[in-house]
Design a protein around this ligand. Structure first.
Ligand code: APR
Length: 307
């Protein structure tokens, strides 16, 4: 039997969204890699999710690092290099501007690329769920050493291949799976300066690892404090938890609008899950966010900033 899709008639109506926005005081955003796509950074599960024939998510585990720390470090050194070259886009700027206008706006981001902070998003209204590429930790769990704001590029001399700049249109040799990786001895990766035994590793949360407990408690406390009027779910495939669970966690039925902003937002299976008060806008976050938030943040400057 054919299922009937009960799609709310206003689901992609900007005027209806603006009405809800005008009545909203507490907004939560949950962001993913799609937000940074317009800054030139690849997403994980779409095209570009492969790195040298490796599924990017397979390299993001403690097991992968234990097995081949040089390979995993090359992957992260490359991502650091790309993130340093990228610039925050109009979507990051629009969210930072919303935070400045609305004290009760909290932005949760799965992105580790540092583009939210670089858009001057206020620190106390931003939770980096999966850490940062620019934090460095000790792989030895019992050590606890961490260094923040490490922007070294290349990260260390042994990883210089990840920071090569090539002519536009040419591929970085490191990214070509047909070219063999030069042998880099593990001994050339930097060790922890504190315990002197563990390898340094990126300060991101890998699959199978816990998110920062205090951060999770703070987010829960924020959600529980008062009713949340709106949850913006931006550029994420919503498959990785706990991030994927926050929209429903923050929902007060019949009141909270969950607003999806995603290239894929118009696919039938996504629309099928919409409640009457929800919205879904299909398109590029870099275009949609400035338009959707304009009644609160005003028009952007020519370069996408608001300051
Ligand atoms: N604008 C809006 N949405 C976009 C855009 C864009 N320009 N480009 C891509 N998207 C959407 C895709 O349709 C997809 O739904 O962004 C989503 C990206 O999904 P993923 O690649 O799965 O990224 P994300 O949801 O952030 O992944 C979560 O998984 O690998 C881990 O730790 C990693 O933080 C990451 C987590």
């Amino acid at each position: 039997m054919k299922a009937t899709l009960a799609i709310p008639k206003n689901y992609n109506n900007v005027a209806a969204f603006h009405e809800k926005l005008a009545a909203s005081k507490r907004i939560l955003a949950v962001c993913g890699a799609g937000l940074s796509a317009a800054s030139g950074l690849p997403t994980f599960r779409g095209a570009g999710g492969l790195w040298r024939n490796y599924d990017a998510t397979e390299l993001a585990t403690p097991g992968a690092f234990r097995q081949d720390p040089v390979l995993v470090w090359l992957f992260y050194a490359y991502r650091r290099h790309m993130a340093l070259k990228a610039k925050p886009n109009a979507g990051h700027h629009a969210l930072a501007a919303l935070a400045k206008k609305m004290p009760e706006f909290l932005c949760l981001s799965q992105n580790v690329d540092n583009l939210h902070p670089r858009a001057n998003h206020p620190d106390d209204q931003l939770k980096l769920l999966h850490g940062s590429l620019f934090d460095i930790k000790c792989f030895n769990k019992s050590c606890g050493w961490i260094e923040h704001h490490n922007y070294a590029d290349p990260f260390c001399p042994a990883l210089v291949a990840a920071s090569e700049d090539v002519e536009p249109g040419k591929a970085l040799p490191l990214l070509d799976p047909k070219q063999k990786l030069a042998k880099i001895p593990e001994s050339e990766l930097p060790k922890c300066p504190s315990c002197k035994t563990g390898l340094q590793r990126p300060g991101v949360v890998w699959f199978g690892e816990q998110l920062d407990e205090q951060m999770l408690r703070d987010i829960d406390a924020w959600i529980d404090r008062h009713v949340v009027d709106m949850v913006l779910v931006i550029g994420t495939s919503s498959v990785v938890y706990p991030a994927a669970g926050y929209a429903e966690k923050a929902r007060t039925e019949g009141h909270t609008s969950v607003v999806t902003v995603n290239l894929d937002a118009a696919t039938p299976e996504n629309l099928y899950q919409l409640e009457d008060e929800d919205f879904a806008f299909a398109g590029d976050a870099v275009v949609l966010l400035p338009q959707l938030l304009e009644p609160v943040i005003g028009p952007a400057n020519g370069d996408g900033t608001y300051e």
